[in-house]
Design a protein around this ligand. Structure first.
Ligand code: PHE
Length: 447
């Protein structure tokens, strides 16, 4: 098994790829709505604290295990778990399956983003009927656009680590930042935006003391940092031993949190601009519309009220969503592909095509099976599997992995680390605080 493994060619390539995985629909869609319905600025503060104190240490466990083993999740977890190797390998397999499940529904939602992007273009050239047909999202349209998105994901992964993942992440992530700033600047000039801003930023601390808020903030931060399913493990394994992983991991976390914060500056003002323009933004129970209703009806209705400018804003918005989803979906597909290539000696292109096709079939089942099956897949992957896997990773890193090996890996690319706070605190965090924190989230999702 001596085949040369790929590696990211630069630190920035690694940071953009890993933050591309982290920054996704969870940031731009999930975070702002959670913040709006859970105490605004107070949610933001809780989210920031949890991300840096709990999610970042767990992310580091995943990165370090991957870079130590220089292998995909199955052999990597076998290697660090010593006498518990079968449990380690099982965790790796469970991660691969979860990554496939996550991708099967992520691709459907991302397909909708392309639907709305194309619909906006069609409207711009006067093809209103066709545009309306697409946005009605019949089964055929869903299948076709999920296929388009899967093909894009497959095309990137066929290109490999440098020629696919790194190449596209270094192009797409900067475009995402530019789009985000342009859209924020635009939306903030519209009437009603300041009300949205205050709803987002003014903290309601009474709401932040609610234990449910703590838990949903933690769940959100784990999902957003792509923790548990082996995406960060495999990206860590492609990172050079010369890089200071502690610092790069922090950069990834800051970018992820930064984009979530910026998304709030975009989405919530946009919702209140929509309200000013007569769009209904509260549901029957007086809560702000969130979830699919927000992205697929409130925002498009807002863009409609803005005339030609609305077409441009809408087009750019759905382009932004598509880019965010693509840099996440490639990291998900890389998990099973790396396993097939490294463990079974498959060639990358046929392996990517076969696995991509199998995941597309799973997406088809979700589309045809209807909402309950779709929601079940989301819940199994994000509420159950992801926290359990993240918990196991922390237990492995904190309790099972040999201390001298962990410390040795931490020193790689960072010889001065012994004087740092990270060195003193991280091993304890990952041993005690992270497992307890994750168990608490998990317990909540069961009750
Ligand atoms: N972090 C991605 C998002 O916020 C989702 C994701 C989860 C991607 C797990 C990869 C692995 O949308």
């Amino acid at each position: 098994m001596a085949a040369a493994r790929g590696e990211f060619s630069s630190r920035i390539g690694f940071v953009l790829a890993a933050s591309g995985s982290a920054v996704g629909l969870g940031n731009i869609w999930g975070f702002p709505t959670q913040a709006a319905s859970n105490g605004g600025g107070a949610f933001l503060v809780v989210y920031l604290i949890l991300t840096f104190l709990l999610a970042y240490p767990t992310l580091m466990a995943e990165f370090l295990i991957g870079r130590y083993a220089k292998a995909n999740a199955v052999p990597a977890l076998r290697k660090v778990t010593g006498s518990l190797a079968p449990l380690g390998a099982l965790t790796g397999y469970a991660g691969i399956l979860t990554a496939c499940l996550l991708l099967s529904f992520y691709a459907v939602i991302a397909g909708f983003m392309i639907v709305f992007f194309v619909a906006t273009l069609l409207e711009a050239i006067g093809q209103n009927d066709l545009s309306e047909y697409l946005t009605a999202r019949g089964t055929g349209v869903q299948v076709a656009f999920t296929a388009v998105f899967m093909l894009m994901t497959i095309a990137v992964i066929c290109g490999g680590i440098k020629g696919g993942i790194e190449r596209w992440s270094t192009r797409l992530m900067p475009s995402l930042f530019v789009l985000m700033f342009v859209l924020i600047a635009w939306v903030l000039t519209l009437d009603g935006a300041t009300e949205g801003l205050s709803r987002y930023l003014v903290p309601d601390f009474a709401a932040s003391l609610n234990p449910d808020l703590l838990l949903s903030a933690m769940g959100q931060s784990f999902f957003s940092l792509s923790i548990g399913v082996g995406t960060m493990l495999i990206y860590g394994s492609y990172c050079s031993k010369k890089a200071n992983l502690v610092r790069l991991g922090m950069a990834v976390t800051v970018i992820d949190v930064g984009v979530a914060f910026l998304a709030g500056l975009l989405i919530l003002p946009a919702m209140y601009v929509a309200a000013t323009n007569g769009v209904q933004i509260f549901d029957e129970s007086d809560a702000l519309v969130s979830g699919p209703g927000m992205i697929f009806s409130v925002l498009p209705a807002l863009f409609d009220t803005l005339g030609t400018a609305g077409l441009a804003v809408g087009g750019l918005f759905f382009l932004l969503m598509t880019i965010a989803a693509l840099t996440s979906s490639i990291s998900l597909l890389e998990v099973p592909v790396a396993y097939a290539v490294e463990e079974h000696g498959s060639r990358r292109v046929p392996a990517t095509l076969a696995i991509g096709a199998a995941i597309f079939l799973a997406s088809l089942a979700l589309i045809i099976g209807g909402e309950w099956l779709f929601d079940l897949a989301v819940a199994v992957a994000t509420e159950y599997s992801q926290p359990v896997l993240a918990l196991l990773l922390c237990v492995f890193a904190g309790w099972v992995w040999r201390r001298d090996q962990i410390l040795g890996e931490l020193r790689e690319g960072n010889p001065e680390i012994e004087n740092s706070l990270f060195w003193k605190i991280w091993p304890l965090y990952v041993k005690f605080i992270c497992p307890v924190g994750i168990l608490t989230v998990f317990y909540n999702s069961l009750t």
